[in-house]
Unconditional design. Structure first.
Length: 270
């Protein structure tokens, strides 16, 4: 059973906003990922979004594309990513983990096999960028059979029909893309995000997380005022890239950065 609904329920009861960091599994080398996951939890992460390396990442900007290239240089596969989650679960049974990626590796494995192996490894859900709700029934069915969530993206350009379709099939939470374009693009307009989220809450009962464009404590705090979760990816991966030749320092540096975000978020909602 997914840990995601319980996590959001607990935070809501505490009057707190979730902090969700994204990293690419295997970046800059495979043995960094599990220690990094633990360091992020210790720094205040409520859920971890773990990227599955894929050769043609259509939704990711240059920063995360390069992270994927570094991971693929070590031949990190979906099977290895599941092994990393399994290793993380050896000492952490509570923090939700969502795999973010693309459909091709899942299709190669098979929907039912992926859902079964992901559940056994301790995964809680998946965000599959290139599966629109109109074409996701088989994947949704396979994941639900194992108690896993399928997280969907909603963009500023999403139509009313698309929003309604996502509301019918999504589970866990919905990821609102705060800017047009790929990850790491654009400047965040929090007032516009707030204006967009208000009608979404009337259509979608799930928690709404906001990502893309959150670069520092100031923007994290601003988003925490209007969203149920603050999602941070490129700002973390940029720091990892700068330390790619010193991988042993990455968990500490990322934890320090996340700590500033956690403090800013908690100050807003306290």
């Amino acid at each position: 059973m997914s840990r995601i609904p319980g996590m959001f329920q607990t935070l809501k009861a505490q009057g707190r906003t979730a902090l969700i960091p994204f990293v690419t599994a295997g970046d800059p080398q495979p043995d960094v990922t599990v220690p990094l996951m633990h360091a992020m939890v210790a720094a205040g992460a409520d859920l971890i979004e773990l990227g599955v390396p894929f050769s043609d990442p259509i939704a990711d900007g240059p920063v995360i594309q390069r992270a994927t290239e570094r991971a693929l240089a070590h031949r990190v596969s979906l099977h290895q990513v599941l092994d990393m989650v399994r290793a993380f679960r050896a000492t952490n049974q509570t923090t939700p983990v969502v795999l973010m990626g693309y459909l091709n590796p899942i299709e190669v494995m098979g929907y039912a096999a992926f859902a079964d192996q992901a559940s056994a490894a301790g995964v809680d859900g998946a965000l599959v960028v290139d599966v629109p709700p109109e074409e996701g029934a088989d994947l949704v069915g396979a994941l639900r059979a194992q108690g896993l969530d399928l997280v969907y993206l909603i963009a500023p350009t999403s139509t009313e029909d698309r929003i309604a379709a996502i509301g019918e099939v999504a589970s866990g939470f919905v990821y609102y893309v705060s800017v047009k374009g790929v990850t790491g693009a654009g400047n965040l307009d929090v007032a516009e995000v707030a204006r967009r989220l208000a009608p979404l809450r009337e259509r979608i009962s799930l928690p709404l997380g906001v990502g893309f464009g959150i670069k520092d404590a100031q923007t994290a705090a601003a988003v925490a005022r209007v969203a149920d979760a603050v999602i941070v990816g490129s700002a973390i991966v940029q720091r990892m890239e700068a330390l790619a030749t010193e991988p042993q320092t990455i968990p500490g540096v990322v934890a320090e950065f996340l700590g500033t975000l956690r403090a800013a978020i908690d100050e807003v909602v306290a």
